[in-house]
Design a binder for this molecule. Sequence first.
Ligand code: GLC
Length: 559
Amino acid sequence: MGRLDDDTNWWKRTTVYQIYPRSFADSDGDGIGDLRGVIARLDYLAKLGVETLWLSPFYDSPQADFGYDIRDHFNVAPEYGTLEDTRRLIDEVHARGMKIVFDMVLNHTSDQHPWFLASRSSREGPLRDWYIWRDGSGKRGNKPPNNWRSMLGNNGWHHDPVTGQWYWASFLPFQPDLNYRNPEVKHAMLEVVRHWLRQGVDGLRLDIFNAIFKDASFANNPWSLRPIPSADNPHGFFQRNAHTIDHPDTLEFARELRLVVDDFRDPPRFLVGEVFGDPVTLRRYCGDKADGLHMVFLFKTLSLRFASRSVRSLITEIEAAFPEPFTPTYVFGNHDRPRLLHRLAGQTRKAKLFATLQLTVRGVPFIYYGEEIGMEHYEIPLVHGLDPVAVRHRHIPQWLARRMSHLGMLLNRDECRSPMQWHGGTHAGFTAGVVKPWLSLHPRASEVNVAAQEGDPESLLQCYRGLLSLRRRVPALRGGALELIEDAALPEQVVAYRRVLAQNGTRQVASVYLNFASRPADIAAPGHVGGALFSNLRADTTPFSGKHVLLPYEGVVLV
Ligand code: GLC
């Protein structure tokens, strides 16, 4: 267990808040969020109590996938601001004692990146081999080179008429994959990584990291019976992605990247990888000796049922797969998935309990912007979607899209990217301009917003603030080991665990009891008599008498 006074491991104890810059705050009235908008809201974030901010990409890009298609890794898209704004953002975050993480799309670039333009221009050019080009199959080469499917289910090879060959794209056709088997590519991308770390960025979130290396044999992927992939099982579309993801060379690359990042010691930085699979597969990205990525997203929480048994078994599974020195992550939403409160059918009390779980369990919590005020998404028909994934699936009947969203696969990601709801006035305070926000606001923005919850002690926002502040005050919640409390007297509906921190000869224990049922539950914890009781349903901390009746969906922390 890392010592809490040892700053090398700050990232193990931090809390992360994800900002989707396009939708957070617009400072110049063009209807698109920007970096100055984020800077203007830093005091809000500091008061919320989150410690690290992760921003989705704002580099120069044609915005065909809203920034996940990068054209120039060293510049900022004009709608988001300038390099000077980036520097100010980094400084202002640091001035508030917080950390900042940038998004790093290593796997692919935009098809408008000068590298790809050069690569596609001729078979003989010096950058041809920077991307993955193959001859087609079939007598005339007019069929894709093999059966590999992209993450969206179509064949991921795209024919390029200029040179008559096919290029590979793991995601959308305008996001060609870089060829990491070419040492020049690896070198160039590691320079991008170093560049941003030199600018003072505290960590990097690595986009679809599991796809970096493809099998050099280009053998067909085997068939499978699985129709639809999920976050914890990425195989699907009737194929097992044996040759397109989780390649051993990608695991090796994770270790190489770690060495690059570890060169930056003052302060230390971290890497968190977007990878998909069951916890055991994912752990491999962190290296056998914890010498790979510092963390990976564990997306099982995105489909976690609101039930004590499911929560208990997930914690058990995660603890088994990520024992110290590994650090699990708890992610309840992001810019690709249905929003948390939506999954909980709008029940705020349930959201307060999940927040209590997320902020007291062992691991790094990732909070998606607006989750703290209970932003929900609403159905936007695929035909109106701006998201390129929605555009691609336009022909799919809306009922099917709805069904897939319930299964956790959002086909129109606009739905979870609507502008942040700051107040009940014009454009919810997202933009001061007359131009309409780039995406429509949620219809309930005038009721559900920061200003409305600011002074309300019962609000979800105050619950998050209380939990984040408790976590900062109680070292055991930040860095303690986790022990599930197995007590026969404890009602089945209650998930209970202790966080135990042994430090300098003393032992600090915080106990957490979460009631997942709509009926009350009795708990007793004699060890904590006289201590403080924090409840997700009450603003004040009260002294603990040794017994407590948990209200429906109440979560308490005893310190
Ligand atoms: C990741 C991002 C997603 C993006 C895709 C392609 O899954 O989270 O938003 O569209 O990669 O870069």
